[in-house]
Every structure is written in C-alpha cells, then in structure tokens.
Design a protein. Structure first.
Length: 606
C-alpha cells in the first residue's frame, strides 16, 4: 500500500490561494461532488489565522487520484511553533511551495521553507493566480530561486519542478501562458516527484505522535505517521518517551485516516500512512506509540521548553463583569487546563491565592493567540507583563537565549544592529544576501526581545523579516533598559471629558478618547517625563454667566494612540496589567489604590 501513497506538506502565505487550490484538488479527485457546498475548513480556517496571516494549527487532509492516496499536511509558519513544524515535516516526503504570481514568496513562508530544505525535502514550486493582470511569474520564480539559495538549498533542491496554476479556475501547466485545463499536471508532478514513503511494513508497529487534540467521545487523539509495521483496531500498544521509558500501556481503540476534510474510521494502518489514533490518556507529542515489543523510541524533535510566562488573573477592576460572561477563577482554570492538555508547549501553574495562574509558553505570539482566543470566547482577564523563566545552573543564574535571523534592506542594517546591541544581543554573523539586503544573525536573551517586533517593523519601514528560534540557556546578561517614560494615571472613576483630556494633551500622549469609561488607577496615557503622574480626566469647564468667543469653545482632541493586545502587553511595566475583555483592552496599575501603590513601591525599594 505504501507504494500507492504520497505524503506532502503545503507551504503558502495567507491569501495566496492555498484553500482554493486544495478545494479544487478535492473536486477534481472526486472527493467532493460538483454541486457540494464546501466550507473552507481544511486550511487556515480560524478567525485568528485569517486575520494574522499565519497558520496556528497544523491540519491534515487527503485526496485519492488514480489509485494513489495523497495526504496533504498544512504547516504553521511562525517560529513560536518551530519544533512543531519540524515534527510535522518529518511526516512527509515532499513539499509544495505555493506562491502568488504577483506577491511572490512572503516572510511567513520563509521560515517553514528553510526547515523543509534543511530536512532534505525536495520542493515543487507552484506559481498560483497565474491569470492576475499584475502577475510577474518569471520575476517571482527568480525570487523563489534566490530564496532557496539564501536558505542554503542543495543542487538537487535547486533543480525544482515548476507549475503555473489558477486554483480558483482549477488548472495547472508547465508554461506561464496557460489559461485553461485541469489540475492533472499537479497530481502527476506530486506522484512523480515526491517519493513513496518506502518504510518497513513487515516490522513491529511504531508511530511518532506529532499532533494532539481532544475529542469529547474518544478522549485524546494523537496524529502522526506510521513509521513501521501494521496496526489493527484493539491491538495492544504502549507509549515510550524519548529516553525509552514506558509512559502508558493500552490498546488502539480507534484508528482513523483522512478522507478529504473528514477523519474516517479504519480497521488497519500500515507503514507510511498518516493516521489519528485514540486509546491512550497520557501519551503526548514526541512520544513513540508502538507494539509492546518495541523498546527503542523514534528520534523526535524535543518539545521546546517554555521560556516566557505571564500571569492570568481574575479581572478585579471596577468594570469587571460588564463586558464578558466568563469571569470566575474556576472558568479560567478549566479553560487553561483544556488548552494545556492539547497544546504541549504551554504549562499552567495555579497561584496560592487561587485567583491567578502562571501560564508559561514559547513566546509572545503563542501566549497572545491564547489570550485573544479566550477574549473572543467571552473571558475577562487581567494579564501581567511577560517575564522570562530563569534557571539556576552550577550556582549561576541563567536565562533563555534565542537565535535571531534578520533580513533587512542594507540602509536599515545599522539601526537594527544598534537596537539589538542595546538589548544585549550578540552579533554572530552578518552577510549580504543579494538584492540590496543584508542577513544579520544574533544570539539574544529572550527578555531583550519582548516588545521589540513592533519597533523593528517601524525601524525597517515594514520591509524587515525577523525569525526567532530557541537556542539555549546561558549566563544572565544583567539589567536591561526599561521604558523611558512614565504614565498618566486617572485619580477618579466615571467618564473622561473632552475638556479635561484637551488640557492633559500637553502632559503627554493619550490612550483614550472623550466619554471613555475610566476608574481610579487606570492608565490613560504616556507621560512626557519619566515619572508617573496622577491626573483628573473628568474635570469639566466652570460654567459662568459670561459668554466668550475664542478657540477654547471648539475643542479638537488629537486622536488617541490605540494599542493592540500584543503592543499593550509589551508596553506595560512590572507594576502594571492589561485588562482584557471581549470589548476592550485597557492598561491599568496592578494596585489601583494610590496609597497602597506607594506602600508597595516603598517595600520594593526598601
């Protein structure tokens, strides 16, 4: 069976036509009826994935063509999900890189493409949307070639096959002037260019768990590729970790393969098949699920250790409970535990007071996605500033470091180097990467990178590309520069008035507009000076019997600075929090009462 099987990963930026192309592959292979209405579920299906232009969750799907089963795996594109990408790519034998004929290869595809090339996978390049009036297929192809060269592809990988396609209209061909036909050339190219798994069907069963999710009826469901042997429903199995220790013994109560967008039950699976398996309660990602006779685990990428933690607390502001319907610590605890069960990179610890939880993960993006998801589900939360997780090794304090690879236009390289060195990063390599760009590699402490991405995009005018990967724990680098400015704090509760805010504009930059709900301790703006300043945003104009003509009657406020969730989390200081509700993101002091705040500050300084 493994000879009539092909496993490929698909790499594409959002809006480059991945979902549409896969839907056409389904239709032309007979997976869907002509008139069947298909929800775009197979690939970037979540709201956050569409909005942010990244794939967060890997997904598997499958089509049948001329007696060949083609399993297609989607891949996350961001470094916070780095180890997961490597595990997913270990399930496949080839990759399809899909690029838009006008936009070309985008930053999100670069990280995953680099991983695929490093694992020795041979790519098929598909230039999609070939019928776009602004298409520039040959230039895009040159860009892809340059990208492969910069990612150190070998000669065999650089000799990649190219197809030109329109996913929307369902055709592909060898030349860029094609405007009709079917996707048969793409099916043929997958079958001819991607090697069959060629794994041992006769040996004992072994399977590497790559993805994990939970089903209300089946419990834990592990997805991965069968590396050797055959497994049948109800066969005895056990799970072993990377050191060969047995974690759990059980039976394969359910086996499922992928058919189009659905998981369908099967009685048996052989080497090379990508399947989902249920029946174990403790086994997790990177574990080997195998026949009880197998003692040696399959080599796997270890799960990256959490390097960053945030405190998720019950919202205790005066506005608590007005905008969300999930506000209790029990609801928050249950939701976080559900997340930790299926997201192996996240670790949840409950505090002694039971009102807050420390959530540790791989990076700001990963934790930001979790917070945003919870917010949309109706949760209200108080979120602390991210902090890195230190360790004690050999009597010395150590902290996590990341390898940061930055591609920038030559003109911005000096600014980037200066900013990174201010954040205690060490320059390890700097070389021209062609087309007026420079590639700079740093080894940087993770805490120095908190909140830097937005500043980086401003410094490079949106043209820079930054990829981060966990590197190691190493010696603590000392204190870093913090925020230079203080904040403007409200000393009253109610609604802000335009008159008061207009008077405060001289003090600094405002974060709120007129009629915004405020309370004592909320942060309404950034002070122009280093100290925090308590102000009254509710002050109204004194009414008199005198009429006046003048500019003070027509108040024109400067538009406030509105920050996203990630920007807010990066902005706050250690004594501040972000109040997150389904409708608003507010900045506030962790201790709202000014007298209590002063006492706490004196205690810290003393």
């Amino acid at each position: 069976m493994s000879q009539a099987l092909r496993n490929v990963a698909i790499i594409a930026h959002v809006d480059h036509g991945k979902t549409t192309l896969v839907d056409q592959l389904f239709r032309q292979s007979g997976t869907f009826r002509e008139n069947q209405r298909v929800e775009e579920r197979a690939m970037d299906s979540g709201d956050l994935e569409k909005e942010r232009g990244i794939t967060i969750l890997a997904k598997c799907t499958s089509v049948e063509w001329n007696d060949t089963r083609i399993n297609i795996v989607d891949t996350p594109g961001h470094a916070d999900f780095g180890a997961e990408v490597e595990r997913i790519l270990s399930m496949v034998d080839g990759v399809i890189l899909l690029v838009d004929s006008a936009e070309g290869a985008m930053p999100q595809t670069k990280f995953v493409t680099g991983k695929a090339l490093a694992l020795g996978l041979k790519p098929i390049v598909v230039v999609n949307k070939i019928d776009r009036p602004d298409g520039r297929a040959q230039e895009v192809l040159d860009e892809v070639f340059d990208l492969f060269v910069s990612l150190d592809a070998n000669d065999e990988q650089l000799d990649f096959p190219v197809l030109y396609a329109s996913g929307r209209d369902g055709y592909a061909g060898e030349t860029d002037d094609i405007r009709e036909g079917t996707l048969e050339p793409l099916f043929e190219k997958i079958v001819s260019h991607v090697e069959a798994p060629g794994l041992d069907e006769s040996g004992p069963f072994s399977f590497l768990a790559t993805l994990l999710n939970r089903d209300n009826f089946m419990g834990r469901v592990l997805t991965g590729r069968v590396q050797s042997g055959t497994v049948n429903v109800n066969d005895p199995i056990h799970a072993i970790d990377m050191d060969g220790n047995v974690i759990e013994v059980g039976r394969a109560t359910k086996l499922m393969s992928f058919d189009g967008l659905d998981r369908v039950p099967v009685e048996t699976a052989k080497a090379g098949d990508i399947i989902a398996l249920a029946g174990l309660e403790k086994a997790t990602v990177a574990n080997t699920i195998c026949d009880p006779s197998v003692k040696e685990p399959i080599a796997a990428q270890p799960i990256d250790p959490p390097t960053l933690a945030m405190r998720f607390a019950v919202n205790d502001s005066p506005l608590a409970g007005r905008e969300g319907d999930k506000v209790t610590s029990r609801m928050i605890r249950d939701r976080l535990n559900r997340e930790a069960e299926t997201n192996v990179a996240i670790r949840v610890t409950e505090s002694d007071d039971k009102d807050s939880f420390e959530v540790a993960g791989r990076g700001e993006l990963q934790l930001g996605v979790l917070i945003e998801t919870m917010r949309r589900e109706g949760f209200e939360l108080g979120i602390s500033r991210p902090r890195v997780l230190f360790r004690e090794e050999g009597g010395k304090r150590t902290e996590p470091y990341e390898t940061v690879v930055i591609d920038v236009d030559d003109e911005h390289s000096g600014t980037v180097v200066e900013k990174m060195q201010r954040r205690k990063a060490e320059l390890t390599e700097m070389r021209p990467s062609g087309a007026g760009k420079t590639r700079i590699t740093f080894s940087a402490p993770s805490r120095g990178l908190i909140g830097y991405h937005g500043e980086f995009l401003s410094d490079t005018r949106g043209t820079g590309i930054m990829n981060r990967l966990y590197e190691k724990y190493d010696v603590y680098k000392g204190r870093l520069e913090g925020r230079q400015n203080g904040v403007l704090i409200s000393n009253c509760t109610g609604e802000a008035t335009g008159y008061a805010l207009y008077a405060l504009e001289d003090r600094g930059e405002l974060f709120i507009g007129a009629n915004s709900k405020i309370y004592e301790g909320i942060i309404i703006g950034e002070n122009a000076k280093p100290d925090d300043l308590e102000v009254n945003p509710m002050k109204s104009k004194q009414l008199t019997n005198f009429r006046s003509t003048g500019k003070d009657d027509a108040i024109r406020l400067t538009p406030p600075r509105v920050m996203t969730l990630e920007q807010s989390i990066a902005y706050i200081d250690d004594d501040e929090m972000v109040e997150v509700t389904p409708q608003n993101i507010r900045l506030r002091k962790a201790i709202l009462d000014p007298n209590e705040r002063k006492k706490a500050r004196r205690k810290v300084e003393g």
